[in-house]
Structure formats: structure tokens, C-alpha cells
Design a protein around this ligand. Structure first.
Ligand code: K3U
Ligand code: ZN
Length: 157
């Protein structure tokens, strides 16, 4: 696996919708997942979306860990979500700090749904449904926005 270049905020790919993955089992998709993971880890992020590494595909990786702004964030092993679909979002919202690997040196408070239910394909092609809340739900919403060409500064009130 190799560390990939990360698209900056002015790159067109970050402002257009990504395409669904047709076949998760191809070597190209499996390689992209490995490269996204090492890129995320090298950048010290807690999430990454395929368009950020110039791949217009509906793939995100979620990798929450405790950090100065979210000391009680859960430490989780990274989850690759292919063709993620948010099935439900709570009306309850909460504001929290966000950053973005594509918008360096920028932090802002963003209002997000506190809880959500998501359906996605794993890297082995199984369909999974799960419910998340708090910081992990925040990361998921932030990453799914990337798949629709939305950057977090567009979410500020
Ligand atoms: O590690 C970061 C850098 S920004 C980051 O990891 C983004 C994910 C993210 C951070 C914070 C809230 C929501 C999403 C990654 C991106 F840009 F690819 F989506 C961080 C920033 C704020 C709080 C906790 C951690
Ligand atoms: Zn981002």
C-alpha cells in the first residue's frame, strides 16, 4: 500500500457526487482501500473519503480515536464502508469541532445529527446495518458529505 496525495479544497473532484462501487471484490478496489487506510493513518485523521484521494467512488473509512478535542471518543479499528447509505438520522442534533484533511488549518463547530443508522457494504461484500451516535456519527456524516461533494465549511450556520 502507498500514501496517496490528498485533494485540496479547490479540487473539482471534492465538489461533485461520487459513483457507487459496482464490484467490491476487484483488486483495484481492494488496493484503494489499503491505500486509503495508510493515507488516513499517515495524515493522523479519524476519517477519509475516496474523493479526497482523487477516486470518485462512494467509499469512506471511519477510524475514531481519542484526541484533544474529543478525549472520550471511542478507540475503534478502522471500518471501511462501501456504498454507505444513511437510513435514518435523529432530529436531535449536536454541535462539535470538525477538521478536514482537504481543508488544512481550519477547525469549526458544525451541527450534526446526534445518532444515525447506516447501511453499507464491507470490503468482503457483506451488507451491514448499524447505529452510531456521538463523535463516530459525526465522522460518518462528515465523510458521507464528501461523497456528495459537500465540505464541512458549507455546513456552518
Ligand atoms: O484528526 C483530525 C483531522 S480532520 C479529520 O480527521 C477529518 C475527519 C473528521 C474530523 C473531525 C470531525 C469529523 C470528521 C478527515 C477528513 F477530512 F478526511 F474527513 C481531527 C480533527 C478534529 C477532531 C478530531 C480529529
Ligand atoms: Zn473531510
Amino acid at each position: 500500500p502507498r500514501i496517496l496525495p490528498i485533494a485540496a479544497a479547490d479540487e473539482p473532484i471534492l465538489h461533485q457526487p461520487a459513483h457507487a462501487v459496482a464490484d467490491v471484490s476487484t483488486p483495484a478496489i481492494q488496493r484503494l482501500l489499503d491505500d486509503m487506510l495508510v493515507t488516513l493513518q499517515a495524515a493522523n485523521g479519524v476519517g477519509i473519503a475516496a474523493p479526497q484521494v482523487f477516486a470518485p467512488l462512494r467509499i469512506i473509512i471511519v477510524a475514531s480515536r481519542p484526541n484533544p478535542r474529543y478525549p472520550d471518543a471511542p478507540l475503534m479499528s478502522p471500518i471501511a464502508m462501501l456504498n454507505p447509505e444513511i437510513l435514518w438520522q435523529s432530529d436531535t442534533t449536536c454541535s462539535g469541532w470538525e477538521g478536514c484533511l482537504s481543508v488544512p488549518d481550519t477547525r469549526a463547530q458544525v451541527k450534526r445529527a446526534e445518532r444515525l443508522r447506516i447501511s453499507y457494504l464491507t470490503r468482503t461484500g457483506e451488507r451491514v446495518e448499524a447505529t452510531y451516535s456521538g463523535f463516530v456519527a459525526r465522522i460518518i456524516q462528515h465523510e458521507c458529505d464528501h461523497l456528495d461533494g459537500i465540505l464541512f465549511p458549507e455546513r456552518l450556520e
